[in-house]
Design a binder for this molecule. Structure first.
Ligand SMILES: Nc1nc2c(c(=O)[nH]1)N[C@H]1C(S)=C(S)[C@@H](COP(=O)(O)OP(=O)(O)OC[C@H]3O[C@@H](n4cnc5c(=O)[nH]c(N)nc54)[C@H](O)[C@@H]3O)O[C@H]1N2
Ligand SMILES: Nc1nc2c(c(=O)[nH]1)N[C@H]1C(S)=C(S)[C@@H](COP(=O)(O)OP(=O)(O)OC[C@H]3O[C@@H](n4cnc5c(=O)[nH]c(N)nc54)[C@H](O)[C@@H]3O)O[C@H]1N2
Ligand SMILES: [Mo]
Length: 788
């Protein structure tokens, strides 16, 4: 294949710093933002960066921030307000036409607002009046299960704990969370296989590892602080391999912003030894090949398997039945390359597997995680220093929210313990997760939607259908910092409650409060904002929940108000109710970086059903995606053969592709900071990435306008575009587009069986050329072509 010119700048370093500083300027938040950057992720205080969940590097005495972190901070600390004047200028119908970029830049939400249907505008409302409406509406419902209470992973531990308590005291487990769209397969499968659904590694392990395999993860964009650790490991001789359909350019070189001399000298560290350019959805097949070779060649850790695991025989029998032809078909990688990788795995005494959304967001997402865990177990790589499972979480406290009990399928032990501590009955029925909740909304089964952060409708599949469904409810409530596309589809009552952000101070009658977060490696630490809140008329999330409890539950037995004034009281309850948080207030204050939650699998203690670490046999055939593509190709060919339309040029309609959706460094999920993606060399977001060889094979050109279409699980055709065809070093049968603009292509019924994660990373699509009028990659689209 023809090589694409390699992006010549490093993934961090000057371009990243220039981009970040520019972002602070753009956001008119330079002073507020710069002050806050100096206080993020510091060992002795400051706040936990509201960017990703990668742990803080303990040794740092200097800044531990990155481009993403600075952009997220700039977004949060901007001095522009989406206040009553802003909402007076724009009708909601008008705002519905705004892009994610425009909504993001409208400013910080700064006073409570209520939608007025007559004027089609949001108007200011007093806090107490807003609470009263919410209480009246929630208490009118025939059952608490008619309300859905979403959470997103920015929310810190204290409000998360209080929120789940409030929702359960109200009477439901309808607590979907952004995890349902993110690392849910990880939580489900690691929970089943190792006893705890979390990473078994700590940062120190990366210093000892000899081999790191990164599956479906793009840290240069999404976890830039991880690069420093990778560069360091690489320098120590650790081999680093990326398994990814895209050759992500940000990984090719890295300049360390922690080392000014390094930056000034223009030094850079290459950090990936090899890229296994897998077919989208091919990870389980590749891992099958690895496991098969390792077993066939007696390279596995038999002692560990005998002593610590269960389920080896069924896995081995299943592996025996898998042919190399199917393995190659399933992952698009030749046997020789798989064997070469297997030999590296065999030779490594300490292996870490990291993974991200390229693994989880598939119909076979649960299988993918199971196969990574199987590989680690075969090699005895759990419970030894320098090795283990490292799922890398996204939102800064997404892991903590779950630990605090935000879960639609709670363990009975959690409910028992809440009942014991709060002396009140908790609902026992499982609630709705993200896809279940969205379907129930669309089917009219839900009458109220409450969200503690996040952008539910836009982040989920079937965005437009969820937005329409929100217009049919009795009540929608949004606790958030920024206006977004879920807030613009009003039901009978629609209320925005603006909250204090991570970077801002929370001062109560009891003085200044701090909250806590849990990172991707189970470290719990303090987080305390340092800026004056953007407006006097916003409240802390904890205060809002306590007020809601007073209005909705009329409750005085649980000291909601005392907790909202003194977060130590919340932590004392957490210490009683949640395992691992004994003596919480003391331990979180004691050490610089807080404390690590006990992880039994690190000590080879297995809290699983069998009492052993569990091998799992995949549920889907490893050729699942390849077969889907073959079937779709046959259908397509039949359509072309029978087409009466003489103009349907075979060239423009001749192939099916596997579509994946990805993020850029100029966004944090649905918050779109800009249109640039330096590493992928585009200045616009309405693009479709395809390999240049494929573009020429079709006789097309970069810059052509194309549409993508997908037949959903109900045989409905969904089409997106026009998009601008853009070159990318991506596997031959793969194309990629940006999330969330493509979310209407996905449907709520295409998801993994146990975790229900939507298949955002693999969809069979048709690409059609609609215009050869050339569009340049750098003429910035203002986001109107595809809006979200
Ligand atoms: N700047 C920035 N940082 C972020 C975020 C953001 O939006 N912007 N979001 C945060 C959140 S919530 C999360 S969860 C994380 C996400 O961080 P990542 O997990 O890195 O997320 P993605 O960019 O969605 O996808 C990762 C990679 O998966 C690859 N991929 C796609 N399909 C497959 C496949 O079938 N197999 C394999 N092996 N790889 C595949 C893609 O090419 C891409 O490189 O980032 C967090 N950090
Ligand atoms: N196609 C496709 N879809 C995807 C993905 C994908 O890779 N592809 N990724 C999925 C993943 S991994 C995730 S995590 C989800 C993300 O889904 P969400 O977490 O729901 O989305 P965000 O865009 O992070 O939410 C942004 C909103 O959060 C609010 N907010 C920000 N900070 C705070 C705060 O401190 N407190 C409160 N209360 N609110 C705050 C603001 O109002 C802002 O508009 O999207 C998923 N959707
Ligand atoms: Mo995520």
């Amino acid at each position: 294949m023809r090589k694409i010119p390699i992006y010549s700048h490093p993934a961090a370093g000057w371009p990243a710093l220039v981009a970040s500083t520019r972002k602070l300027m753009d956001y008119k938040s330079f002073l507020r933002g710069s002050l806050s950057v100096l206080q993020s992720n510091q060992p002795d205080g400051g706040f936990d960066c509201p960017g990703c969940a990668w742990p803080d590097h303990k040794s740092h005495k200097t800044l531990d921030v990155c481009e993403t972190g600075i952009k997220v901070l700039a977004s949060e600390t901007m001095s522009v307000k989406a206040d009553a004047q802003f909402f007076a200028r724009h009708t909601v119908t008008e705002l519905q036409g705004w892009s994610g970029y425009e909504l993001e830049h409208s400013g910080r939400l700064s006073e409570p607002m209520r939608y007025d249907a007559k004027q089609d505008k949001y108007l200011p409302i007093a806090w107490d009046d807003a609470y009263q409406i919410i209480a009246d509406e929630l208490n009118k419902l025939a059952s608490p299960d008619e309300a859905l209470f979403y959470t997103s992973g920015r929310v810190t531990n204290e409000p998360a704990f209080l929120y789940q308590l409030f929702v359960r005291c109200y009477g439901t487990n309808n607590l979907p969370d952004c995890s349902n769209m993110c690392h849910e397969p990880t939580s489900v499968m690691l929970g089943k296989q190792l006893g705890v659904g979390k990473a078994t590694v700590m940062l120190e392990d990366f210093e000892q590892a000899k081999l790191i395999i990164m599956f479906g993860q793009n840290p240069a964009t999404n976890h830039p602080r991880m690069l420093e650790m990778l560069a360091h490991a690489h320098k120590q001789g650790c081999k680093i391999i990326s398994v990814n359909p895209m050759r992500e350019q940000g990984l090719s070189a890295f300049r360390n912003p922690q080392k000014p001399s390094h930056m000034a000298a223009g030094q850079s560290d290459a950090m990936v030894d090899d890229v296994v350019q897998i077919q989208i959805g091919g990870d389980a097949a590749l891992l099958t090949g690895l496991a098969k070779w390792l077993i066939d060649n007696n390279k596995i850790d038999e002692r560990f398997i005998a002593e610590h695991t269960s389920g080896y025989e069924p896995l081995q029998q299943w592996l025996d039945q898998q042919t190399w032809a199917d393995i190659e078909l399933g992952c698009g990688i030749e046997q020789a390359q798989i064997v070469a990788l297997a030999k590296q795995v065999a030779a490594s005494p300490k292996t870490i597997c990291t993974w991200g959304m390229g693994i989880t967001q598939h119909v076979q997402g649960d299988d993918n995680v199971a196969m990574i865990t199987n590989l680690l177990l075969l090699m005895g790589m759990i419970g030894v220093d320098g090795a283990g499972a490292s799922p890398v979480r996204g939102h800064s406290n997404v892991q903590g929210d779950r630990t605090m009990g935000v879960h639609e399928r709670p363990k009975q032990e959690l409910l028992d313990s809440l009942e014991r501590v709060f002396e009140r009955e908790m609902p026992r029925e499982d609630g709705f997760d993200v896809v279940g909740g969205a379907k129930a909304l669309i089917e009219g089964k839900l009458k109220a939607f409450v969200s503690m952060g996040g952008n539910y409708a836009v982040a989920a599949p079937d965005m437009s259908a969820i937005q329409q469904a929100l217009t049919t409810t009795q009540l929608n409530v949004f606790v958030g910092t920024k206006l977004n596309g879920t807030m613009l589809y009003p039901g009978a009552n629609n209320i925005i409650l603006p909250c204090i952000s991570r970077t801002e101070k929370i001062i109560t009658k009891k003085g200044e409060q701090f909250a806590t977060t849990e990172d991707s490696m189970c470290q719990v630490s303090r987080s305390q904002g340092n800026l004056k809140p953007i407006s006097k008329d916003i409240k802390s999330e904890v205060q809002i929940i306590a007020d809601l409890a007073a209005y909705v539950l009329g409750d005085s037995d649980i000291p909601w108000q005392a907790m909202s004034q003194d977060f130590d009281i919340i932590r004392d309850y957490v210490a009683q109710a949640i395992d691992g948080f004994e003596d919480f207030n003391h331990r979180v204050r004691e050490a610089d970086r807080g404390f690590h939650l006990y992880h039994p699998a690190r000590h080879r203690v297995w809290n699983t059903d069998s009492g052993k670490a569990q091998f799992e046999v995949p549920k889907y055939p490893i050729t699942f995606v390849a077969r889907q593509m073959a079937e779709a190709s046959e259908d397509l060919q039949a359509e072309i053969d029978h087409s009466l339309d003489e103009n349907a040029a075979a060239n423009d309609l001749q192939k099916v592709w596997q579509l994946t959706s990805v993020r850029s460094h100029d966004q944090f999920n649905t918050m779109i900071f800009g249109h640039q993606d330096r590493y992928r060399q585009t200045e616009r977001r309405d693009v479709l990435f395809m390999h240049p060889d494929e573009i020429s094979r079709l006789g097309w050109q970069k810059g052509d306008k194309v549409t993508i279409s997908r037949q959903d699980s109900h045989e409905k055709m969904r089409t997106l575009g026009p998009l601008v065809l853009t070159e990318m070093d991506i596997a031959a049968n793969a194309v990629a587009a940006y999330y969330p603009e493509c979310n209407d292509l996905f449907d709520l019924d295409t998801h993994a069986p146990s975790s229900h994660i939507p298949a955002y990373k693999s969809s069979t699509v048709i690409v059609e050329r609609v215009s050869t009028e050339q569009v340049s990659q750098d003429s910035v689209a203002k986001g109107h072509a595809v809006s979200a």
